[in-house]
Ligand binder design. Structure first.
Ligand code: AMP
Ligand code: MN
Ligand code: MN
Ligand code: MN
Length: 282
């Protein structure tokens, strides 16, 4: 079966592999198609696009957007949009800033626990890419505050430990609109354990085109339930490994947790029927 891995991170956000390393790995595993979906940035995808010709793998434009929803943060995967479109460029600019400010806010919370971290160190840890909690977790390990990233999330950085995080991300439904404006397809990321059935329906009503059914966090029963939901709501099915690096115990199943190529083709057909609109936002 021709396989597609539609959920992959690089060093442009919290992944550990460069865009070139991802292409080389995809080539070696003979994947037909991949999407680099970094958190709120196109930098990894844009770098990979320049190198695509060296490898026998099709690269679909992708991104994983963090959207605000009911005081929470929800992840939205977007595919096959025009990467130069002002709507996505604007979203990336705002979210890069939002991530920086949120990083500073997290550092303040940690200071209250007697932990000393500087935002400049976090920027270096993130290699000047988009800042995320995994970069802070790595620093906590390096500085000896915790033994592992896992412990950092359990004790300090997980949603339960931090409580509501203050951030300036676009709202989920607004992000969906911007993706479509840029001619792309909007997909709810890893919904498995995160939402109740009614929350899932409410999110779908924001205008989703698809849901991520195949993901390392979904067991077989969850997959079947999400597949049935997709059929009922007439949503596309996507999937991927959510790869963050070989050494990442949290998710390191590159190209194994994947979907058939036909799913990527369906997504591309929908995007092709949706021409990018001129940007509506000033
Ligand atoms: P952020 O983008 O700052 O909201 O951080 C979320 C990222 O942290 C996710 O994309 C994962 O890569 C990572 N993550 C979330 N939960 C955990 C966890 N429990 N252990 C390790 N990494 C996690
Ligand atoms: Mn991540
Ligand atoms: Mn995610
Ligand atoms: Mn992800």
């Amino acid at each position: 079966m021709d396989k597609a891995d539609l959920h992959i991170h690089t060093t442009a956000s919290d992944g550990q592999s460069s865009p070139r390393a991802i292409l080389a790995l995809a080539d070696r595993m003979k994947l037909a198609c991949i999407a680099i979906t970094d958190h709120d940035t196109l930098e990894g995808y844009l770098e990979a696009r320049e190198l695509e010709g060296d490898y026998e793998v099709e690269l679909i434009p992708g991104i994983e957007i963090t959207g605000g929803w009911e005081g929470r943060e929800c992840h939205l995967l977007a595919y096959a949009f025009d990467p130069g479109h002002e709507a996505v460029r604007r979203l990336c600019r705002r979210h890069k800033r939002a991530r920086l400010e949120r990083g500073k806010w997290i550092i303040e919370q940690l200071a209250g626990e007697g932990i000393e971290l500087d935002i400049e160190e976090v920027k270096v840890e993130a290699n000047w890419g988009n800042i995320g909690r995994p970069h802070i977790a790595s620093l906590l390990v390096k500085k000896g505050y915790v033994a592992s990233s896992r412990e950092a999330f359990i004790r300090y950085l997980g949603d339960h430990a931090l409580g509501p995080i203050e951030s300036d991300y676009f709202e989920f439904d607004e992000a969906v609109r911007m993706v479509k404006e840029a001619g792309g397809v909007a997909v709810l990321a890893h919904p498995g354990r995160l939402y109740t059935a009614s929350e899932r329906r409410a999110l779908a009503e924001a205008g989703l085109d698809g849901i991520e059914v195949i993901h390392p966090s979904h067991d077989w029963e969850t997959q079947k339930e999400l597949e049935a939901f997709a059929t009922r709501q007439d949503l596309l099915v996507t999937g991927g490994s959510d790869f963050h690096g070989e050494a990442d115990g949290y998710h390191g199943h590159f190209g194994v947790v994947a979907v058939g190529r036909a799913h990527a083709d369906r997504l591309l057909r929908l995007a092709a029927s949706r021409k990018p609109e001129p940007a509506q936002h000033p």
